[in-house]
Design a protein around this ligand. Structure first.
Ligand SMILES: Nc1ncnc2c1ncn2[C@@H]1O[C@H](COP(=O)(O)OP(=O)(O)OP(=O)(O)O)[C@@H](O)[C@H]1O
Ligand SMILES: [Mg+2]
Length: 413
């Protein structure tokens, strides 16, 4: 049997989603199972109740196992939240006279960049080399075999605070699962939804979830910057509940069913029957509901813009496309509003390039879980992910330096 089972586990603030993929020997990725359970015990990307989180993980995995007909043992888990830090760090290696650049030189430069002094108790989640310079010459993707005396590299580092990471690990392991890898959620979303054309451009991905919005900047297909905004769809629902003085569940229901991000996108003749408190029904025109939704969604989009502009400069100059993912991207008119605010082409990101149960994972809300599977499909299988991670050892111990370097140059898409 040459197929490999790869499982993505997206522990979100509103839902826990498991996607099971099967990777054939010829590289085709089939989705063979999906399970979604309401999330409990997670706030802003961090576990606040271990038992409830574990229970939600169990339920979602069980549902996916039932569809796929295979048991789940190892999972790739998404990490997100305000306890994530990302920086671009610089590494340098001197090349011996008369030698060309070899794998050990590249590794030395990358290792130096990885030694960035994150303050506090942080664990490195990703070290993604962006570009190399040889004797000052910029824009080199693969310096192996080149001649020079000075090799430099920019590496995008993503680190997570140890406390929240440990709690997430505990919740997953208590559900009887081994963690094969930890992956930044917005990185995963990008892996699922960016198509070959996007990868030739500079793209801002905005994943608007329940209580957080993850922003990521992909420069020619490489993750170059990421940030988290502590606002999401739950805040939109909260505004509706507050302004219409209705329960949260009713606000959530009408938002999903009739909500729009722009007043122009709401049907002016539609009158909504809103259940005020279980006994009273009130009529609210659809454009009024849109008026309550618009300011918060605009705020989220503007904060995403600011995050990126602080790092790279004016959006119109540096971003050629904006891709929206996350459940809140399903809000009617959000693409139009984003286009109005950003003035660059905007589209919804749905998982692409898969076969199997593609219709089940076709939503922007599935981007993260599918992307986790895609990330896993580029890694070497491990006999026991959990053991390797616990001992903090590289997983391909015996594979030698070439394997490691191959990993460094790996195109994750
Ligand atoms: N059709 C819809 N219209 C508007 N909003 C929607 C729709 N469907 C889902 N949402 C919103 O999407 C949000 C959940 O998104 P998602 O499933 O991406 O969150 P999550 O991954 O659990 O959360 P996070 O990424 O913040 O941890 C909820 O606030 C929900 O109200
Ligand atoms: Mg999410």
């Amino acid at each position: 049997m040459s197929e490999r089972i790869i499982v993505g586990l997206d522990v979100g603030t509103t839902k826990v989603c498991t996607v099971i993929g099967e990777l054939s020997e010829d590289g085709i990725l089939d989705v063979i199972g999906e399970g979604t359970a309401p999330s409990q015990g997670i706030k802003r990307g961090a576990v606040v109740n271990l038992e409830k989180t574990t229970e939600a993980i169990r339920s979602s995995v069980k549902l996916a196992e039932r569809v796929a007909g295979v048991p789940v043992g190892q999972v790739y888990v998404g990490v997100a939240g305000p306890h994530i830090k990302s920086v671009t760090s610089h590494g340098l290696a001197a090349i011996r006279r008369g030698h060309t650049i070899g794998p050990a030189d590249v590794e030395r430069a990358v290792e130096q960049a990885k030694a960035y002094p994150f303050d506090g108790n942080y664990e490195l989640v990703h070290a993604l080399p962006l570009e190399y310079r040889v004797d000052g010459q910029e824009g080199i993707k693969d310096p192996l075999g080149m001649a020079g005396v000075r090799l430099e590299v920019d590496v995008h580092l993503i680190a997570a605070a140890s406390g929240p990471l440990t709690n997430l690990r505990r919740a997953v392991e208590a559900a009887g699962l081994d963690i094969e890898g930890l992956v930044l959620q917005s990185f995963a979303s990008g892996l699922a939804v960016l198509n070959p054309e996007d990868r030739e451009h500079d793209v801002m991905l905005v994943d608007i979830g329940g209580s957080t919005t993850d922003v990521a900047f992909f420069k020619s297909g490489q993750l170059a910057y990421s940030a988290v905004i502590p606002l999401g769809g739950e805040h939109v629902t909260g505004d509706i509940a507050q302004l219409l003085k209705i329960p949260g569940e009713e606000a959530e229901r009408i938002k999903k069913k009739y909500g729009a991000a722009l007043v122009e996108m709401a049907d002016p003749d539609l009158m909504l029957e809103i259940n005020q408190d279980g006994n009273h029904v009130r009529d609210v025109p659809a454009p009024e509901l849109a008026n309550y939704i618009y300011p918060r969604v605009r705020e989220i989009l503007l904060l995403a813009r600011r995050e990126i502009e602080d790092q790279i400069g004016p959006l119109e100059l540096h971003v050629q496309k904006v891709v929206l993912t996350g459940g809140s991207a399903l809000l009617r008119g959000i693409e139009n509003l984003a286009y109005k605010e950003y003035n660059v082409p905007v589209r919804l990101g749905r998982p692409e390039g898969l076969s199997g149960l593609t219709d089940v994972v076709a939503s922007p809300a599935h981007a993260t879980a599918v992307g986790l599977v895609r990330f896993g499909s580029h890694e070497q299988p491990t006999p026991s992910g959990r053991r390797a991670r616990r001992e903090n050892k590289p997983q391909d111990d015996g594979a030698g330096i070439w394997e490691k370097i191959k990993g460094i140059f790996e195109n994750f898409f």
